[in-house]
Design a protein around this ligand. Structure first.
Ligand code: ZN
Length: 127
């Protein structure tokens, strides 16, 4: 998997971006907790403090850490403003392995939230 080059300003995000960040962090967090038994470490991201946005630490296995790092980086690099619905976007963020993985994560965690009554989170899932 390719390393992503960073060319982002640190610490300046809109509420919309924070909202999207929170969503993807939650989805990957649930998926990892429910599916992976390996060793998990607190997720950290060099562009911002995850605790500031999510209000708590998020523990992920190495694979999910890679996926989330990729997802967040791509979200913050989105060249569109306002960001279109991902489905309709001409600049697809996720490719190859990442694409099938994030789909699986969204599907699993989406269902998990329905079962646990977190329908409010689905607003994000369905966008
Ligand atoms: Zn995991």
């Amino acid at each position: 998997m390719k390393e992503i080059r960073m060319s982002l300003k640190k610490g300046e995000f809109s509420e919309k971006e924070k909202d999207d960040i929170r969503t993807v962090v939650k989805f990957v967090g649930i998926y990892c907790r429910e599916n992976h038994n390996g060793e998990r470490t607190p997720f950290s991201f060099k562009l911002f403090d995850i605790k500031e946005i999510e209000k708590k630490e998020v523990f992920l296995c190495p694979d999910c850490t890679r996926l989330l790092t990729y997802g967040l980086t791509m979200r913050l690099k989105c060249p569109h403003d306002p960001k279109p619905m991902c489905k309709k976007c001409e600049t697809q963020c996720y490719h190859g392995d990442y694409k099938s993985k994030i789909r699986e994560v969204m599907k699993f965690s989406g269902m998990y939230m329905v079962k646990h009554g977190r329908v409010d989170m689905l607003y994000h899932y369905l966008r």
